[in-house]
Design a protein around this ligand. Structure first.
Ligand SMILES: Nc1ncnc2c1ncn2[C@@H]1O[C@H](COP(=O)(O)OP(=O)(O)OP(=O)(O)O)[C@@H](O)[C@H]1O
Ligand SMILES: [Mg+2]
Length: 233
């Protein structure tokens, strides 16, 4: 059975596709058989994969499968059971696809900018997913907010403190590592394969890899925490 990471946040442009591609590239780098399930009709992950292939940079170790709706998503997850890891990229609106992806996930990753608009949307989403899980008679999946497009200038700023305090008060778990705003991520997602197919002679690429590696190690540990909590129950 693959480990399933659902990357979700109904707020458009929060970084779901970017995070999905980074996660998949890192899992592949760690030697896991990895596929992205692109469950967003917009098809941005698919576009990354296809344009990388067209450029002769077929993403190393990352397959891509499209799922047009929640039924196709459920079928894809069942069919892809030979993979070690599935990363589900979801649409920029709340609906059945997001609900199904979250219910099936070992870890729901919610990328969010460091701003109260974004944080309140994330909290609303988690509360909705908790309700849907309860209705389905299932426990709420493990989940983590991942600050995205983070800048070192954000450190010790009031918006960061306020958002962290708000999420803490709402008992929403937040990753200790943030994903930084980096041009390298934009370049990669424009169709340049994974971070490991970009030249490590470039300092920004090395920094991006380091940042991605830190984030993914933390998310992997969080997904395994969930598995051991289940086994202990
Ligand atoms: N960490 C980052 N560093 C630099 N640019 C980023 C980062 N994260 C996201 N972006 C940029 O922000 C924009 C939106 O990102 P992305 O497409 O990943 O969001 P999304 O949540 O998948 O959007 P949608 O809701 O439309 O599917 C893109 O131009 C992307 O390149
Ligand atoms: Mg997207």
């Amino acid at each position: 059975m693959p480990s399933i990471f659902a990357v979700t946040n109904p707020k458009g442009g929060s970084g779901k596709t970017t995070v999905a591609i980074i996660l998949a590239g890192e899992f592949a780098k760690h030697g896991y058989a990895t596929a992205i399930v692109d469950a967003d009709p917009q098809g941005s992950s698919y576009q990354w994969h296809a344009s990388s292939v067209a450029r002769g940079l077929s993403p190393d170790g990352v397959d891509l499968v499209r799922a047009a709706d929640e039924k196709a998503l459920a079928q894809a997850i069942d069919r892809l059971d030979a993979y070690d890891v599935l990363v589900v990229d979801t649409p920029g609106y709340y609906g059945e696809v997001v609900i199904q992806a979250a219910l099936r996930a070992d870890l729901v990753v919610l990328p969010s900018k460091v701003h109260t608009f974004d944080a309140s949307q994330v909290v609303r989403t988690i509360r909705n997913l908790e309700r849907h899980s309860a209705t389905a008679g299932l426990p709420m999946s493990q989940h983590r907010v991942l600050f995205n497009e983070y800048d070192s200038l954000d450190r010790n700023t009031r918006p960061l403190r306020e958002v962290v305090a708000y999420l803490d008060a709402e008992r929403v778990p937040v990753c200790a590592n943030a994903l930084y705003r980096r041009v390298t991520y934009r370049t990669m997602t424009s169709g340049h394969g994974t971070l490991y197919q970009m030249s490590d002679k470039d300092e920004p690429v090395r920094k991006a890899r380091y940042n991605a590696d830190q984030v993914v190690r933390e998310l992997l540990a969080a997904s395994q925490d969930g598995a051991s909590a289940e086994a202990a129950a």
